[in-house]
Design a binder for this molecule. Structure first.
Ligand SMILES: [Zn+2]
Ligand SMILES: [Zn+2]
Length: 357
């Protein structure tokens, strides 16, 4: 009975599992199987979920991004209910309008940072070019023939290659082979253990946006953190003014207690804005320090102790130039493969081949 059910799935079932929240491992087979790139990554350690037909993505982890987004929406709603009208009439309409602008930038940057491609590199681009038998997870031969040997990865694939640097004082820039993705990683890229992919300009994996932060979403991440801090400081200051308004001569309120009893919503908004300011503010300070040197979090952590051999070739030695590059100027680059494009037979860029022996 369950087979006949699967053979003719209801349209809404297909809509939910193949389009709204698609996990390639659990998608329903319709019209001859998967046709787009986001639908073909069927392997057990595939960590991404695709939303709305592969337009957005998230990682299969505790969805802390929903809590972050929920807190942002809650703070916005509290401000619009308890503060906007009071400030609009008492002081100036500009106060709620400026808040709405900052909140909107903060929220849209959050959505972009959390759901866009951080710069994932295609897999299996640098496989050995001699006959090799490659097995899948069930020990089935999926490349080469059963008579081919399962050969060892060439030695150089396990080495770190050092690209030369013009100044002999330094060792140069290290480039490594990823034995999981089977690619030579471009400089500054690294493998994210949570997402199980290599990411260009990998900064860190952020559990609060539930996505990696890399070349293609770092700017969104920076502007999200900056505008979250601005919005929260704005709410903290305005609610503070609203509550301590009893000190001014034209107020009929007598005391602090009287003020928070009259405006309990304002008091709750003030507490929430302070609590949700602390963490983004510390992240912002860290990233201002890092971007002043055009350093990624990973590069910083790998070289916390002074390392004579570490040469940060990407530092322009001008703080302003570094800020310009990281916050505004650097191109996001193109996505290595488009998830919504038609998938091609034999395309191994998205396949999960086991590590070579
Ligand atoms: Zn990798
Ligand atoms: Zn990641």
């Amino acid at each position: 009975m369950s087979d006949s059910k699967n053979a003719n799935p209801k349209w809404w079932h297909i809509l939910i599992t193949n389009w709204i929240i698609a996990d390639p491992n659990y998608m329903l087979e319709v019209n001859g199987g998967p046709s787009r790139n986001y639908q073909v990554q069927k392997y057990s350690n595939m960590k991404h979920l695709y939303l709305f037909g592969g337009r957005l993505r998230t990682v299969k982890q505790l969805p802390l991004n929903l809590i972050v987004g929920g807190l942002m929406i809650l703070l916005g709603i509290l401000f619009w209910i308890f503060e906007a009208s009071w400030f609009w009439h008492k002081l100036s309409p500009a106060i709620p309008i400026v808040f709405s602008y900052c909140w909107f930038i903060s929220f849209t940057m959050f959505i972009k940072a959390a759901t866009s491609d951080p710069g994932i590199l295609p897999r299996n681009m640098h496989l050995p070019n001699y006959p090799t038998r490659i097995k899948d997870e069930d020990d089935k031969t999926i490349e080469g023939s059963s008579s081919d040997p399962i050969v060892a990865n060439p030695d150089e694939y396990f080495n770190t290659i050092t690209l030369p640097y013009y100044d002999d004082k330094y060792n140069g820039v290290n480039v490594k082979y990823c034995t999981t993705c089977h690619i030579w990683r471009p400089p500054r890229s690294s493998h994210c253990g949570v997402c199980n992919v290599c990411v260009v300009n990998h900064d860190h994996h952020c559990i609060y946006i539930n996505n990696c932060v890399g070349l293609r979403n770092y700017k969104y991440f920076l502007w999200f953190v900056l505008f979250t801090v601005i919005s929260n400081i704005y709410v903290t200051v305005t609610t503070f003014v609203h509550i301590f308004h009893y000190l001014s001569t034209d107020s009929n309120l007598k005391s602090f207690k009287h003020s928070i009893e009259t405006y309990p919503g304002t008091f709750v908004t003030l507490i929430l804005s302070i609590l949700t300011l602390i963490y983004p503010l510390s992240i912002l300070i860290i990233h201002i320090c890092l971007t002043s040197q055009n350093l990624t979090t990973r590069e910083y952590l790998n070289n916390v102790r002074p390392n004579k051999n570490f040469v940060h070739v990407f530092d322009t030695h001008s703080m302003l130039k570094n800020f310009y590059i990281t916050w505004i100027g650097r191109s996001r680059g193109v996505s290595s493969f488009r998830l919504r494009d038609q998938s091609m037979a034999g395309d191994i860029r998205l396949e999960n081949l086991p590590p070579l022996e």
